[in-house]
Design a protein around this ligand. Structure first.
Ligand code: GDP
Ligand code: IMO
Ligand code: MG
Length: 425
């Protein structure tokens, strides 16, 4: 029995979905604990690709129970669409295998409309959100006017909450953002029409997890986004609206921090970021384009091209510290093959001073110059390799250097999108 948290150590899209799918073979319960369908987690099993936004990435392993915790913001329509999509390939997505916390907050049409209207109005100062209503839904949760999944059992409560929320939202939409206001009756009718299909999935998720802990089952907690998109510790304000750090597992699904044995950080062998915000090692040149093409770096949720750059060990070191990362899974190492030299950012220079950590003042990370260490690259197709010792010497040295700089061992290396394209040390 071992309970593992899987988190992204950079800015998201590190390959969490692939690793969670892989580790699910040895876990009985897989839990999402924060975020919503801003996430896009890609799995490739027996040549077939599946992209999940809300359903935990353990669903393709038939022996697992998949749970969506209270910390998630759930768009009911998106959940049902995803359910139907996954069911098409013959996967059991019945309530016996899938549960949603009664306490999970719902994303409603006005959250999506506000998210998009705000981004439009912010010309020049955009965050580059996914437009899925994530921020506005978490705002309502904090403002104590949100709808929770269990409210769907009570149409009158839904009605009164939607009417109350729209009193404010429609003024913002209509007067400030020149967007179409929404009618409460329509919002409620659409939502309540979905309720009969959602209700069978609702459950007391924390009780279910406690039962699993008692039965000494292995639980996998699936993070979304990445540490540097965390609302507190990320590159604020260019962040998402939830805590992405491992510490949020506890609040996001109602378990004790003592229940966690391992914190596995997923790190891509280079860096990527979607949306706006500082990115010290970004490559706006042919090498960056090459990484994007070879790594198929296009968003799994919005299809946007991902910004690409060299590996940033300062970012990884900070992630290790903020989360107590026990080990790293290094993904997409195959994408680096063919580059004659590789660069690793080992520190930053800011106003003549050398920094080993990310500066904390707003805007400061955008002004740093990376201090690079250059190491030899490697060539050849490594995607068929399954043993560490078979990797080219320069690839082994690259991994050893990352371990030194981040002060955390790399226990798993991914050399392709497929479940089996993995080296476990
Ligand atoms: P997540 O959000 O962290 O789950 O990551 P995404 O699914 O958004 O993006 C990762 C992308 O890289 C997906 O298209 C994966 O199929 C792919 N991928 C994962 N691991 C590897 C790898 O080791 N090599 C290659 N070439 N692709 C990978
Ligand atoms: P996964 O789980 C990469 C980014 C958006 C934007 C910022 C805020 O697939 O790694 P939001 O819609 O959350 O308010 O957008 O966060 N973002 C992600 N970037 N991977 C993700 O998820 C992301 N989820 C949100 O691009 O910059
Ligand atoms: Mg993704």
């Amino acid at each position: 029995m071992s309970n593992t948290v899987v988190i992204g150590a950079q800015w998201g899209d590190e390959g969490k979905g692939k690793i969670v799918d892989l580790l699910s073979a040895e876990s009985q319960v897989i839990v999402r604990f924060h975020g919503g369908n801003n996430a896009g987690h890609t799995l490739k099993v027996a040549g077939k690709q599946t992209v999940l936004h809300l359903i935990p990435s353990g669903i393709l392993n038939s022996g697992t129970l998949c749970l969506i915790g209270n910390g998630v913001v759930l768009d009911p329509a998106v959940f049902l669409e995803e359910l139907d999509e996954v069911a098409k390939s013959g996967v059991d997505v019945s309530p016996a295998r899938l549960g949603i916390s009664n306490k999970a907050h719902l994303i409603l049409p006005y959250h999506k409309r506000l998210d998009r209207a705000r981004e439009q109005k912010r010309a020049g100062r955009k965050i580059g959100t996914t437009g899925r209503g994530i921020g506005p839904a978490y705002e309502d949760k904090a403002a104590r006017i949100g709808l929770r999944a269990a409210d769907l059992k009570n149409p009158e409560l839904v009605q009164s909450k939607v009417v109350h929320a729209l009193e404010e939202k429609n003024i913002l939409l209509g007067s400030l953002y020149q967007a179409e206001p929404l009618r409460a009756e329509e919002v409620c009718a659409e939502l309540l029409a979905l309720a009969p299909r959602i209700l069978p999935y609702l459950e007391n998720v924390e009780a279910r997890i406690h039962k699993a802990i008692k039965a000494r089952e292995s639980i996998l907690f699936e993070g979304a986004q990445g540490v540097h998109l965390d609302i507190d510790h990320g590159t604020y304000p260019f962040v998402t609206s939830s805590n992405t750090v491992a510490g949020n597992v506890s609040a996001g699904c109602g378990i004790s921090p003592r229940a966690i044995d391992r914190v596995l950080g997923i790190a891509k062998a280079y860096s990527t970021r979607v949306g706006q915000g500082p990115f010290p090692t970004e490559l706006e040149d042919a090498t960056g384009n090459d990484l994007r093409e070879k790594g198929h770096e296009f968003g799994a949720t919005t299809g946007r091209p991902r910004r690409c750059g060299w590996l940033d060990a300062v970012v990884l070191r900070e992630s290790a510290r903020l989360n107590g990362i026990t080990d790293f899974a290094l993904t997409k190492l195959d994408v680096l093959a063919g580059l004659p030299r590789l660069k690793i950012c080992v520190a930053y220079m800011l106003d003549g001073e050398r920094l080993d950590w990310l500066p904390q003042e707003e805007g400061a990370l955008g002004r740093v110059t990376p201090v690079y260490e250059e190491v030899p690259g490697f060539s050849g197709d490594i995607s068929g390799l399954r043993k560490f010792r078979d990797l080219p010497a320069a690839a082994q040295d690259y991994i050893a250097r990352i371990e030194e700089l981040a002060e955390v061992p790399v226990s798993l290396i991914s050399v392709g999108p497929g479940r089996e394209q993995t080296i476990i040390r």
